[in-house]
Design a protein. Structure first.
Length: 232
């Protein structure tokens, strides 16, 4: 991964740390867009990556405890990590903002996507504006469009041309739909966002495809091959 993307990752971590530092205890305890995680659990998950957590041993134990369910294992390790004081979670994210370290099973190309989507998972239910910077929007939309499992964005947006209003990115073919990078990313990541946040003649093509079935998924930065193994 190039230095430019790492710089975008550092910026996302720093701005998210600033947001987290401003939250009240009630906001830290609020439900995020990840249906099985509170705001503090999502924040803990993001702080774990540069800290190289969880370890392989910890993750294997969680997988065994959850009978190979990758998402349940990821949920549990983040909830355990989130037991630390919230001030420490925010401080760790700021301290490690420039770190290029990660757990062995995390794909580097997914780290920025994980940060941007989870930043929205925190900000949207708290009604805190968090626009996606144009450069980060281009990279993350391109990544989620290309990655396939677990979100299959190309399949879910098949038959339309998708365009971001706030960054130079488009993909697909057919009647157009458009929205902000944040709106598109949340829909592509399976969050329970109504498709009517988008605009354009292609909206009717998309109705019925967005049922939030991935909304309980936590990490989006894992290796898909390991996810497949975990489900066998």
């Amino acid at each position: 991964m190039d230095d430019t993307t790492w710089s975008l990752i550092e910026t996302e971590r720093r701005t998210l740390a600033d947001l987290l530092a401003s939250l009240t205890p009630e906001q830290w305890a609020a439900r995020s867009l990840c249906t099985e995680w509170r705001v503090r659990d999502v924040a803990a998950h993001l702080a774990m990556t540069p800290a190289r957590a969880p370890s392989v041993v910890t993750m294997l134990r969680a997988l065994v405890a959850n009978r190979g369910d990758l998402w349940a294992a990821g949920r549990d390790v983040a909830v355990a990590y989130a037991a630390m004081p919230t001030t420490e979670i925010a401080a760790a994210l700021r301290r490690d903002a420039a770190a290029r370290t990660k757990p062995v099973f995390v794909v580097p190309d997914n780290i920025l996507l994980d940060l941007v989507v989870h930043g929205q998972d925190i900000a949207v239910p708290l009604q805190i504006p968090r626009p996606v910077p144009p450069a980060a929007g281009r990279v993350t939309l391109g990544r989620i469009w290309s990655m396939g499992w677990p979100f299959h964005a190309r399949r879910r947006f098949d038959g339309v041309t998708v365009r971001a209003d706030d960054c130079e990115w488009s993909a697909g073919s057919g009647p157009g739909v458009h929205g902000t990078a944040a709106q598109l990313l949340l829909l592509m990541a399976g969050r329970s966002t109504p498709v009517d946040v988008l605009h354009g003649p292609g909206i009717d093509v998309l109705r019925g495809r967005f049922d939030g079935r991935h909304a309980d998924h936590g990490a989006v930065d894992v290796n898909p091959d390991q996810g497949k193994e975990a489900r066998r």
